[in-house]
Design a binder for this molecule. Structure first.
Ligand SMILES: Nc1ncnc2c1ncn2[C@@H]1O[C@H](COP(=O)(O)OP(=O)(O)OP(=O)(O)O)[C@@H](O)[C@H]1O
Ligand SMILES: [Mg+2]
Length: 402
């Protein structure tokens, strides 16, 4: 099987998906604007370097010319900004996979909510807005607090919670560069993901992760140590409603083969509300977290599903896995890590990864990357113990910079 895989060099986990494709026996034709290093080259049969992978027309034209005289079986992309161009290429070459229209349902947040709502599922009340005037009209309808965010956003960029007209007034100029936004009812509740690996929209592997605090707070409050905690036991009552919702969303949007990443809320009264969904794997360590949850290699398993439409890994869930991101106090370079030694003495046997930046290293921009100044991954079969160890990593380990 010959597969065109878009952007094998970026984001970093795309290298793992490329490896997966090669390991299940596919010939991988990479297309991207980065330069693959020697290791990545080993997984690639050929590579087309384009000036900008985000320039859809240019990418389509160049890939078309490059493939002349060759047959390909799949065009795949696992990075959000490329899912539409992958679908356009599939349509151009008459290849199997999700159509442009289907993929738009996973990419356009307003269309997505309309399609999910049409299936009788609960979504936040929302409107598409294209101007300042639209935004004022929309909050009349949603009330406060409201959320305003780009129609095709990622990483919580340009996403704001507004509590009042005064706040909306302040935020609107910040959204001037966003052509289309969604203005929606603010859902007050716990936030979770629902991640899957699907064949023909049927989830052959499912996973749920709790965000602590909610994603928007993780991205906007510097002093917190954000935690992502995968749920081992999916029959726990606080997650079953979200899983049921997720399965119906997959059907409503016409999911095909591949991975999905959905976000949903559970309100205090137990009501479950859809947030958003993407037809690609979650970013920021989610796939690693799932791998640690079941001790499997989902990078390879995704590749098997995307090419051979078979899932062969174990679906057993062995651990609750917490990823705890740390942010140093102060600016500049890391000077000191406090509490790590004690933490490792107490919980070290449950820590599977520790990537905290060492003294001397410049701090990362926490606004740009959830990876922040490094993270710990700790896992335990018991939910209560996993939460306790995650919270201990959040509060007892401190990084300083100056
Ligand atoms: N209607 C809402 N009610 C409450 N919180 C919301 C709502 N919409 C968005 N949020 C918060 O803002 C975050 C970012 O919004 P959303 O997931 O739609 O954007 P994104 O930029 O695609 O996110 P991601 O970080 O997953 O790429 C959500 O995870 C959630 O915490
Ligand atoms: Mg999101």
């Amino acid at each position: 099987m010959r597969v065109v895989f878009l952007s094998p060099t970026y984001p970093p986990e795309m290298r793992q998906f490329t490896r997966g494709l090669a390991e299940v026996g596919a010939e991988v034709l990479g297309v991207g604007d980065g330069t693959p290093d020697a290791e990545l080259r080993r997984y690639l049969t050929d590579y087309l370097q384009v000036p900008s992978i985000l320039d859809e027309e240019e990418v389509i034209a160049r890939v078309h010319g490059w493939l002349r005289g060759r047959t390909v079986d799949r065009v795949l992309a696992n990075w959000e900004p490329l899912v539409i161009v992958a679908a356009r290429l599939r349509e151009r070459f008459g290849l199997p996979g999700m159509s442009v229209d289907t993929v738009r349902g996973f990419r356009d947040k307003q269309l997505m909510k309309e399609r999910v709502a049409a299936a009788g599922l609960r979504v936040p009340h929302s409107r598409r807005v294209r101007s300042v005037k639209d935004a004022w009209a929309a909050v009349e309808h949603t009330g406060y607090p409201a959320i305003i965010k780009p129609i095709s956003g990622a990483g919580s960029a340009d996403t704001y919670k507004v509590e009042s007209a005064a706040e909306l007034e302040r935020v609107l100029p910040l959204l001037r560069h966003v052509a289309e936004a969604s203005c929606e009812e603010f859902i007050d509740g716990e936030e979770y993901t629902y991640d899957t690996v699907c064949v023909d929209g049927a989830p052959l592997y499912e996973s749920v992760t709790r965000y602590l605090p909610n994603a928007l707070e993780m991205r906007s409050i510097e002093w917190v140590s954000p935690i992502m905690l995968s749920v081992r036991d999916l029959s726990q009552p606080h997650v079953t409603g979200g899983i049921e919702l997720g399965r119906k969303v997959l059907t409503a949007l016409g999911m095909g083969d591949g991975m999905t990443h959905m976000e949903w809320f559970r309100k205090r009264d137990g009501e479950v509300v859809f947030g958003e969904i993407a037809c690609r794997p979650g970013g920021a360590c989610i796939v690693d977290q799932i791998n640690y949850t079941s001790d499997i290699d989902l990078f390879r398993e995704w590749a098997r599903v995307a090419t051979l439409r078979r899932f062969e890994a174990s679906t057993e869930r062995k651990y609750n896995v917490a990823v705890v991101f740390k942010r140093a106090q102060g600016d500049g370079r890391i000077t000191n890590i406090v509490g790590l030694r004690d933490y490792m003495a107490r919980h070290g046997q449950h820590v599977v990864e520790e990537t905290l930046l060492r003294p001397g290293t410049p701090r990362r921009d926490w606004k740009n990357t959830l990876l922040s100044d490094g993270y710990l991954v700790v896992r335990h079969p018991d939910w209560g113990s996993a939460i306790e160890m995650a919270f201990a990593a959040a509060t007892d380990i401190k990084l300083y910079a100056s």
